[in-house]
Design a protein around this ligand. Structure first.
Ligand SMILES: Nc1ncnc2c1ncn2[C@@H]1O[C@H](COP(=O)(O)OP(=O)(O)OP(=O)(O)O)[C@@H](O)[C@H]1O
Length: 326
């Protein structure tokens, strides 16, 4: 059964010019992987920092399960909230070896563990993220992906209930990002961690999360699982931000993957709803071509996919699926 773990009621942290986080309610379940997605400046980090205790809200309450960590008379210190954080800037200590970096949180107030028990915990975390062979290396002797693993191990060593991550993979190349993404979701699941993960990358949010919070201009626009978000976006903003949506003032909006492209010779004229378009360009994206097409009356070029390359300037028909043709 779902058990609420991180609960925000009426939390706000507003800055000048109406920026920051407006009054927000949010309830994240224990063991859930939740991404916070939105464009730059929409308040993602402010929300995360309020949960962490790095930012003091102007109003509202924040609870972790039964424990209120912020309220009118409460403000539990960061190191007493049983959470860990990983930021884009990994902030590894350059003068310490990998194992010393990972051990460090166990020497700080709030997490202090007796010296004799630390080595075992450090070893377990290094094994968990596959970095044990680099125990004696310093951060500057590691690749970006290895440094990332150290930062994750360091966040896990104190056995947190909640893991907060702010764009942790954005410095990595695309292939490594995909790999670490998969490792991270698996690890979180195995450990039963509640993860709150800030990103502006919609593909990352959809791929990793049980649910996604989509924010814009300091408030939550929709909080839903990835399939609902993609297939039933609550607003036009979400439809455009999560995936691509082709729009036209006189036609229903349609996702590129729902359109079938036909050329003049293939056209049977049978499709009940179709638009004529001129191909502006075709890019091979692996297995198919992405076409950008000029549709008369549309403000932006439409995107559609075709198994074959279609020359720039050619006229095609973009056919709606029958579900949208009525
Ligand atoms: N300490 C602060 N003082 C004043 N304004 C702030 C402060 N912190 C954040 N803001 C403003 O609040 C808004 C939200 O900032 P925030 O960092 O939460 O956005 P974000 O969605 O995480 O953006 P990005 O993706 O660019 O990191 C921005 O307009 C920012 O300028």
């Amino acid at each position: 059964m779902d058990s609420p773990h991180v609960i925000l009621r009426g939390v706000k942290r507003e800055f000048a010019d109406n920026t920051g986080l407006h009054e927000t309610d949010l309830s994240i379940n224990r063991g859930e992987f939740v991404s916070i997605l939105g464009p730059s400046g929409c308040g993602k980090s402010t929300l995360l920092r309020c949960i962490a205790g790095l930012e003091t809200p102007d109003a509202g309450t924040i609870s972790f399960g039964e424990m209120e960590v912020f309220g009118p008379r409460t403000n539990v210190a960061v190191n007493k909230r049983r959470l860990s954080m990983v930021f884009q800037d990994l902030a590894l200590w350059p003068h310490m070896t990998v194992e010393k970096n990972i051990e460090f949180p166990l020497t700080t107030p709030g997490n202090k563990v007796a010296a004799g028990q630390r080595a075992e915990k450090v070893r377990a975390c290094m094994d968990m993220v596959g970095i044990a062979s680099k125990a004696k290396a310093r951060p500057n002797q590691l690749s970006g992906g290895q440094q990332q693993r150290v930062a994750i191990a360091r966040a896990l060593v104190s056995n947190p209930d909640v893991l907060l991550m702010d764009e942790p993979l954005s410095a990595l190349d695309a292939a490594l990002r995909v790999q670490i993404r998969a490792e991270l979701t698996q690890l979180a699941q195995e450990l039963g961690l509640t993860v709150i993960y800030v990103t502006h990358d919609q593909a990352e949010a959809l791929a990793m999360s049980d649910r996604v919070v989509v924010m814009t201009q300091g408030h939550i626009e929709q909080f839903a699982d990835p399939v609902t978000l993609y297939e039933q976006p609550a607003t036009d903003f979400i439809a455009g931000f999560v995936g691509t949506m082709n729009r036209h003032p006189q036609l229903p909006s349609v996702r590129p993957e729902n359109l079938t492209v036909t050329t003049a010779e293939e056209d049977t004229g049978a499709s009940p709803r179709r638009v004529e378009a001129q191909v502006l360009g075709a890019h091979y994206i692996g297995g198919r071509y992405e076409l950008r097409c000029n549709v008369p009356g549309a403000e932006e070029p439409w995107v559609a996919y075709s198994p074959r390359r279609i020359a720039r300037g050619e006229t095609v028909h973009l056919n709606y699926p029958s579900s949208l043709s009525a």
